[in-house]
Design a protein around this ligand. Structure first.
Ligand SMILES: NC(=O)c1ccc[n+]([C@@H]2O[C@H](COP(=O)([O-])OP(=O)(O)OC[C@H]3O[C@@H](n4cnc5c(N)ncnc54)[C@H](OP(=O)(O)O)[C@@H]3O)[C@@H](O)[C@H]2O)c1
Length: 285
């Protein structure tokens, strides 16, 4: 611990002011009964190496990283988890005895959220078609890792800019997954086989009328399908509204947000705080 006796953790991002991470991690410290302080700091890109070096201080648990640091941090860390290496992004830095370990809890956070909704459990591959991932940025990379590597499901990447979907798919060509990933146009997706769509695009983010699937016929999906929207602001995106209007189950990204924080906090402290406690903190915030 540092001289004040508190364990310290940070968010490094730019901008950092509107993050929900402080509410989540302060709730986690309170629930765990640990003396901890979580501070969101605006760290401009050129300051990242020095900010990371400060995490080696005794009493410092680590930091969450958000835009624009998730990929830029990699060379400055001593070690990477399998997930961080495969996704190529770090959202959680863990400080252990002067060493910095890069972890990615977005992917297992998504998996945990899906499991909580009864989707993606081992053994449902036989009856499950491909997972459709919308988007081709960092969140889509985490979603592909979740579906392809953690769930062992075939993945179809659909993105506004087709070439980016192709690049993302190609980057997994060497992965020993036992399943396949490829880019697809909307018209080429075998929708009646699809039971899971993950929106990992930023379509709809702070844009209530915007959807990545305008005019889409949700009734074409397999029975029991789930539309999971990583976007959680607004809570009810147009995508969720359209899916539900067609009788399709749809959930926003708050569960993933809570689980990625839970997993980061567990990596730092060893304490597994229930995701429900973190979701309640989000409600209050
Ligand atoms: N719930 C969570 O815990 C969680 C965690 C991580 C991220 N997220 C969310 O995931 C989203 C994506 O994050 P990111 O870091 O991957 O962003 P990013 O790297 O900027 O990628 C954005 C992606 O969205 C696509 N896109 C943007 N506007 C679009 C539109 N109007 N219609 C269709 N596609 C559009 C882009 O397509 P182009 O290639 O054509 O530009 C690109 O593929 C954000 O909303 C973020 O908040 C949520």
């Amino acid at each position: 611990m540092n001289p004040s006796g508190a364990l310290r953790a940070y968010l490094y991002a730019d901008p950092a002011a509107h993050s929900r991470s402080p509410a989540l991690h302060r709730a986690a410290f309170a629930h765990a009964g640990l003396p901890g302080e979580y501070t969101a700091l605006r760290v401009p890109a050129p300051d990242l190496p020095a900010a990371l070096a400060r995490l080696r201080t005794p009493g410092t648990l680590g930091a969450n990283l958000s835009l624009p640091h998730k990929e830029a941090a990699l060379p400055w860390l001593d070690e990477l988890s399998d997930a961080a290496r495969a996704v190529g992004a770090v959202n959680t830095v863990i400080h252990r005895g002067g060493r910095l370990i890069g972890e990615n809890t977005d992917a297992p956070g998504l998996l945990a959220a899906l499991h909580g909704l009864g989707v993606g459990a081992a053994g449902d591959r036989a009856v499950a078609g491909p997972v459709v991932v919308l988007g081709a940025g960092g969140a889509a990379r985490a979603a592909v890792y979740t579906a392809l590597i953690l769930m062992k499901r075939d993945v179809l990447i659909v993105n506004r800019t087709r070439v980016r979907a192709e690049e993302l798919a190609a980057s997994w060509a060497q992965a020993e997954a036992g399943a396949e990933v490829r880019a697809a146009d909307l018209a080429a997706v075998p929708w009646p086989q699809v039971r899971l769509i993950v929106n990992a695009s930023s379509a709809g983010l702070d844009a209530p009328g915007q959807t990545p699937l305008p005019g889409f016929d949700f009734s074409a999906l397999a029975p029991g399908a789930l539309v999971y929207d990583m976007v959680y602001s607004p809570r009810e995106t147009r995508l969720l509204q359209d899916a539900r209007a067609a009788g399709v189950r749809a959930e926003n990204g708050l569960g993933m947000l809570a689980h990625q924080a839970r997993l980061a906090f567990r990596a730092w402290t060893g304490v597994d705080v229930p995701a429900g406690a973190l979701l309640a903190a989000l409600e209050e915030a």
